[in-house]
Design a protein around this ligand. Sequence first.
Ligand code: NAP
Length: 190
Amino acid sequence: MVRWSLTNARPSEVWSLIMAATPEGIIGDDKGLLWNIPEDMKHFRERTTGQIVIMGRKTYETIGRPLPNRINIVLTKTPPSTSTNPNLLFIRLADLDTVLLALGSGKDVYIIGGKEIYELFLHDERITRVYLTTVYWCLEPEDERKKDKLVSFSPEFIPELHKIFGRETWIQPETINYNGTKYNIKMLEL
Ligand SMILES: NC(=O)c1ccc[n+]([C@@H]2O[C@H](COP(=O)([O-])OP(=O)(O)OC[C@H]3O[C@@H](n4cnc5c(N)ncnc54)[C@H](OP(=O)(O)O)[C@@H]3O)[C@@H](O)[C@H]2O)c1
């Protein structure tokens, strides 16, 4: 599998994907995440605080605000002309290198979703790690009408992830049951 860099900047910091998905690859719906797992949110917060997070415009809209104590880079094809918050940058992919260079070195980069952005960076050679929370979430039969709103990876995505990043380390090895939602957390590495 050939991996390539979408842009060229900052080869020295660690670049990771960080995500939570069902075994089938469901990651959310039109309103955001489908589950609320405080320990997973804590894991996400501890990893990404003080670092740079890169997300798609739709994910930013479901969050509704910049994540605190992080530099938030929001990828969009049509950035607004001004932003008053120095920790919130709406940019085109083509401007990512320049923006990262201007931010300077020393921060790790986390690709935090959603689906389009994870798929965009999957084969970027700078990504060396994936933090993957597997959530055993199922659509209840009475929620069948929500099916069309679900956001899921293509069926190849999660197998491809495991194929590329083969070294597996457990962060939360036992499958925990939080209020009926079971999950575990692992790190995959090149
Ligand atoms: N479970 C998890 O870990 C997790 C994490 C994050 C998000 N999510 C979920 O993922 C879902 C959103 O995912 P999504 O795929 O619909 O949207 P997304 O990836 O968050 O954002 C898509 C947007 O990103 C921009 N974009 C995509 N490719 C680009 C490129 N090459 N250059 C510049 N901008 C580009 C475009 O914005 P413009 O239209 O403005 O051009 C596009 O509409 C939500 O359900 C959210 O809750 C889940």
